[in-house]
Design a protein around this ligand. Structure first.
Ligand code: ZN
Length: 409
């Protein structure tokens, strides 16, 4: 009897030290609870589409909860769930998780862009009052660097590769949770049931992926009749339906402190999810009837460049510059460069931020000549011990210019 007690105590001690080691690395330690012994199903919903509100309601009426992976920059956009609706989902017990700011393909990005997409997005969701613990990689695109970013940004899991019927309830890699292929318009009820039955048989975890909800809205739109029939069937199965965050468990970890990027984020001006079509991580001042701004397809690289046009007034008032923030977008200082075409001479405008957070007034570089074809302007501002820099290019006379591919070295 004493011996049994001793063994029990040793096992308990080993369990505790194991958990301690895991939390010191900041990684969660998933554990199957008794209710998961017959297998688990997680219903996950991507991109925060507006019609998912109806899917959530169908879950709620059946006493189920799901995980909604949303994009921070689209929360207020038409066709997407807004903050109030997401808050209602959270109140009903559904989980709000992260999915990057702009639906980014993370493995292709510089680590600083990854931090912006994952940590910046998680901060934004927290500022809206949510506590995201779970993350899903857009396009199921995952590699070691993307996993490292998701872990560093404080998420407890990342939903990754598709094509695996049943994940383990104690996943080998919580930052690459495997799923069956996304459920779409052509997925049949028996196919959806098969995913659940596979999890039941293997005592595993089926993480189902849904997007839109309608009778005819594209390849990823699930038909309401099929979805509700599936939920009714699922309710009678011996599997637990749980959110991803609940299966993984673990504390909510903080978003790490800001680290000023070493590069210009969104440097090729490709992401436009901010207000009034201003590129993400950029700010626009001085727009008027005589000073216009817009993206154009005459790009040097990528899909878009930015065009500014001034017909009167002070031409330097129209200024597109790196966002003057506290280091989420504003990079560390260095040598500035940009590619441009212009009908008039241009010059850099720049402002620096001290370590205690004060932005300087705008200063200017020498002029660069008008250029009918793409030309690179480079210039190094005086070193003044600044922590961050913001910069852009301005016209020195009424005219038109196109910018692309800003950089910092
Ligand atoms: Zn997505």
């Amino acid at each position: 009897m004493r011996r049994v007690l001793l063994i029990v105590m040793m096992v308990l001690a080993a369990g505790c030290s194991g958990r301690g080691a895991a939390s010191s690395q900041g990684a969660p330690r998933p554990s199957a609870t008794p209710s998961q012994a017959g297998g688990v199903v997680s219903l996950t919903f991507d991109d925060g589409l507006a019609r998912q509100e109806h899917m959530a309601a169908e879950l709620t009426t059946r006493g189920m909860t799901g995980t909604f992976y949303v994009l921070g920059t689209r929360v207020q956009a038409p066709g997407y769930l807004d903050q109030a609706r997401l808050a209602r989902l959270a109140q009903a017990g559904h989980e709000i998780g992260g999915h990057t700011r702009t639906h980014a393909r993370l493995p292709e990005l510089h680590p600083d862009e990854q931090r912006r997409e994952v940590c910046g997005d998680r901060s934004a969701l927290e500022a809206m009052g949510f506590t995201p613990r779970s993350f899903a990689y857009p396009f199921h695109a995952v590699n070691a660097a993307a996993e490292a970013a998701v872990r560093e940004c404080g998420y407890n899991s990342g939903r990754g590769k598709a094509g695996v019927a049943a994940e383990r309830t104690t996943p080998a890699d919580p930052y690459d949770l495997n799923t069956p292929l996304a459920v779409g318009a052509r997925t049949t009820l028996p196919e959806m049931q098969q995913y659940v039955l596979a999890a039941e048989q293997r005592k595993g975890w089926a993480i189902l992926v849904f997007h839109d909800y309608c009778d005819d809205c594209g390849p990823l739109g699930v038909k309401p009749a099929v979805f509700t029939a599936f939920l009714d069937w699922l309710k009678g199965r011996p599997v637990a339906v749980r959110t991803v965050g609940d299966v993984i468990g673990g504390e909510t970890r903080p978003v790490p402190p800001l680290k000023a990027p070493s590069i210009v984020l969104n440097a090729s001006l490709e992401n436009y999810f901010g207000k009034e079509g201003v590129p993400d991580c950029w700010q626009l001042d001085g727009r008027s009837g005589k000073a216009t701004f817009g993206r154009v397809p005459q790009a040097r690289t990528g899909r878009w460049a930015v065009r500014v046009q001034v017909t009167g007034g002070d031409p330097e008032r129209l200024r597109l510059a790196v966002k003057q923030d506290d280091g989420e977008c504003a990079p560390r200082p260095g040598r500035l460069s940009v590619w441009y075409t212009s009908t008039v001479p241009v010059r850099f405008t720049y402002s620096t931020r001290t370590a205690d957070g004060v932005w300087s007034r705008w200063s200017h570089s020498p002029e660069f000549p008008a250029a009918p074809t793409w030309r690179q302007a480079t210039w190094t501002p005086p070193r003044d011990g600044a922590a961050n820099v913001s910069f852009g290019l301005v016209l020195t006379a009424p005219g038109q210019a196109t910018f692309d591919d800003f950089a910092l070295r």
